[in-house]
Design a protein around this ligand. Structure first.
Ligand code: BTN
Length: 265
């Protein structure tokens, strides 16, 4: 697999020498963090055929069976403050949509903040994590992405079977995971260069992909569910919501459900 991915990358790609491939691993994000703490270079890429403890946002797990998906983490080292990276997940989502479109020919949407979706179902998830230096600046950022590639509906665990999809389910033909992985590496490298200078443009593109805007949503905060309408995004990627009690607020965390998506009625 590693050789196939390398074949799809341009000869002189700057991250080509830093690609690590694992047959099985607990979590590429967890390992990436360990490597980043041990001074791994900007542009170190970890890809696994399967994960035994794939992690998602909000402490969830990410189902990562062998031979079916792409499980990738990238270590980047932007020189900035953590407050300047609030849009990192949004940026990674745009890059992932670009990669899927380039390699497979369909463009997913994004359910705020980190799910790639297609036909109301979840196709991929993104988990970004930061490590800080002693002076409070960013030491490293990990961008983790998991994409369902070749699963059929029956392959998903029962609890996500009706809300998950895969690229093969969408396009109805086999997809080349190595080609998609290479496209992901290229797009992640591209956004790593534009992260700060190109923020406005990246957020404009995220806004265009985000299917949450304009929808009736519910926000789960702790044990409480709040209902409202998603109006827009702020510059940091926060979701601007007008709640049913009349107040408007930019939401930065919590679980947002969209009416009509993932079985939420
Ligand atoms: C989510 O759905 O909330 C995010 C899922 C992110 C999964 C990817 S797979 C590669 C990387 N390693 C992990 O443990 N998680 C991310």
């Amino acid at each position: 697999m590693k050789d196939q991915i390398l074949q799809f990358l341009p000869e002189n790609h700057p991250w080509k020498e830093q690609l690590l491939y694992f047959k099985s691993i607990d979590s590429t994000n967890t390992r990436a963090k360990e490597l980043a703490r041990a001074n791994a270079l900007h542009g170190t890429v970890l890809i696994a055929d399967s994960q035994t403890s794939g992690r998602g946002r909000l402490g969830r797990s990410f189902h990562s069976p062998a031979g079916s998906g792409i499980y990738m983490s990238v270590i980047i080292r932007p020189k900035c403050k953590p407050s300047e990276l609030m849009h990192l997940t949004c940026t990674a989502a745009v890059a992932a949509c670009d990669a899927v479109e380039k390699a497979v020919g369909i463009r997913p949407g994004v359910k705020w903040i980190n799910d790639l979706v297609y036909g109301q179902r979840k196709l991929a998830g993104i988990l970004t994590e930061l490590g800080l230096a002693k002076d409070g600046s960013v030491d490293y950022a990990i961008i983790g992405i998991g994409i369902n590639c070749s699963q059929k509906e029956a392959d998903f665990p029962e609890e996500i079977r009706t809300i998950a999809t895969s690229l093969e389910m969408i396009v109805g033909r086999p997809v080349d995971r190595a080609k998609i992985a290479a496209a992901l590496i290229e797009e992640m490298e591209r956004i790593s260069q534009e992260l700060i200078s190109g923020k406005e443009n990246l957020m404009r593109r995220y806004r265009a992909d985000c299917v949450t805007i304009g929808q009736s949503i519910s926000l789960l905060r702790g044990e409480t569910v709040h209902h409202g309408t998603a109006l827009d995004l702020d510059d940091q990627g926060g979701l601007v919501v007008r709640f049913d009690d009349g107040h408007t607020e930019a939401v930065n965390s919590g679980e947002v459900s969209i009416r009509g998506m993932y079985g939420y009625l």
